[in-house]
Design a binder for this molecule. Structure first.
Ligand code: SF4
Ligand code: SF4
Length: 330
C-alpha cells in the first residue's frame, strides 16, 4: 500500500464519545480507570459497567454503559479520564497496517454517520494507511483476548475480575507474548491469533487462576505418536524433557490431583491442538501442556468427543521408561 501519510489528527469534536451505545472495556482497563478515579473497582463496575453480548458482537464482554449515547466520562467535548481512557478510545480510528482510511470511512459511515461532518478521518485521502500505535494495539489485543477467554471459554461460576486483570497484567509484561501478538497484527495473512498456541496458554493460565493455583507448563513435546493398547485402545505418547515429566508424575501420583480441564482447538495444517491443565486444589499447584496431533487421529482417539483422549508422557532422554498418563477431556 502507498499514498498520503498525513497522520490522523483528532479534531476533538467529541462526537465519537457522544454517539455510542456501549464502549468495550476490559477488566484490566477497569482497574486502571478505578485507580485513576480513586474509587474501588467494584464501585466503578456497578456504576458504569455491564457484562453481556451485543447484536454486533455475540461474544460476552464487559462494556461501559452510555447515557443517551454519551460516554459517562465525556465532559463537554473532552474526555475527563484521558490518560486512563479505554483502549477502544486510544486506538480509534487507527487499526493495523492493512486498513486504509477509505475502508475505515466505510465502516464508520455504516455505524456512526453522524461523525462524518467533524471527524478528521474524513479529511484523509482514502489511500492513507491507518497504522495504529503498535504498543496500544498490542496491549488492546492481549487484554481483549484474555477477557474474551475468561467470559466465553472459562465461564467461571462466579465472576472475579481480578482474575482476568492479573492474567492480562502478566501477559502484557511478557516480551515473547508481545512479539507474537505484534507479528500477527502486522501480518494478517498469517491467520488468526485465535488459532495460535497463545490462546490455549492464556486459557490454561486463567483456569489455574480460577482454581487459585499457580501454573507451570510442560515443555512442548519433541515427539508425539499414536499408539495402541489392548485395554485403553489408541492413545497419544508424547516425549518431552525429564523435568516436565517428573513434575507431571509428582502431581498425578500425589493422589491430590482433583481438577482438570481441556480445550480442543484447531491448529495449522489440519491438526488438532489439545491444551490441558490439571491441578491440586489443596496444594494450589497446576500443570498445563499443549500438543498438536493429526485431527482425524484425535477424532478417532476420542470417538468423536465421546470419551477422553489418553495421553502418556515419557522423558525424551530415556531416563525413565515409566510413562505418566492422563485422561484428557471427555
Ligand atoms: S472514555 Fe473518554 S475517550 Fe472514551 S468514549 Fe469516554 S469520553 Fe470518549
Ligand atoms: S469524532 Fe474523530 S475528530 Fe471527533 S473526537 Fe472522535 S476521533 Fe476526534
Amino acid at each position: 500500500m502507498s499514498g498520503d501519510i498525513r497522520p490522523f489528527e483528532c479534531a476533538m469534536c467529541g462526537q465519537c464519545c457522544a454517539n455510542q451505545d456501549l464502549i468495550q472495556l476490559t477488566s484490566y482497563e477497569l482497574f486502571r480507570l478505578a485507580e485513576r478515579l480513586n474509587v474501588p473497582p467494584a464501585e466503578l463496575f456497578s456504576r458504569y459497567c455491564e457484562i453481556g453480548a451485543t447484536s454486533l458482537n455475540p461474544m460476552i464482554h464487559m462494556y461501559l454503559r452510555t447515557v443517551e449515547q454519551r460516554c459517562p466520562f465525556l465532559d463537554g467535548k473532552l474526555c475527563s479520564v484521558h490518560d486512563a481512557r479505554p483502549y477502544a478510545c486510544r486506538a480509534y480510528p487507527k487499526r493495523q497496517a492493512y486498513l486504509t482510511a477509505g475502508e475505515m470511512k466505510t465502516f464508520v459511515r455504516s455505524r456512526y454517520p453522524m461523525l462524518e461532518p467533524t471527524c478528521d478521518l474524513f479529511g484523509l485521502d482514502d489511500t492513507v494507511e491507518m497504522i495504529g500505535d503498535a504498543d496500544v494495539l498490542t496491549d488492546q489485543t492481549i487484554a481483549y483476548m484474555t477477557d474474551e477467554l475468561y467470559f466465553n471459554t472459562i465461564r467461571p461460576e462466579q465472576v472475579d475480575l481480578t482474575v482476568p486483570y492479573d492474567v492480562t497484567d502478566s501477559f502484557l509484561r511478557d516480551g515473547l507474548v508481545r512479539e507474537i501478538v505484534l507479528t500477527y497484527l502486522a501480518r494478517p495473512y498469517l491467520g488468526s491469533l485465535a488459532d495460535t498456541p497463545l490462546t490455549g496458554i492464556i486459557a490454561m493460565t486463567l483456569q489455574a487462576r480460577v482454581w487459585g493455583a499457580g501454573v507451570s507448563f510442560v515443555r512442548q513435546p519433541s515427539d508425539i505418536a499414536v499408539q495402541e493398547d489392548a485395554r485403553i485402545g489408541q492413545y497419544l505418547l508424547a516425549k518431552t524433557d525429564a523435568t516436565s515429566v517428573e513434575a507431571l508424575r509428582a502431581l498425578v501420583e500425589s493422589g491430590r490431583m482433583d481438577l482438570g480441564r481441556a480445550f480442543f482447538t484447531t491448529a495449522a495444517d489440519g491438526k488438532a491442538r489439545i491444551s490441558a491443565v490439571y491441578a491440586s486444589a489443596s496444594d494450589k499447584v497446576a500443570i498445563g501442556f499443549q500438543l498438536e496431533a493429526d485431527a482425524s487421529a484425535v477424532e478417532r482417539l476420542t470417538n468423536g468427543g465421546a470419551r477422553p483422549a489418553y495421553v502418556f508422557f515419557l522423558p525424551e532422554d530415556g531416563s525413565s521408561t515409566k510413562a505418566v498418563g492422563l485422561a484428557v477431556g471427555g
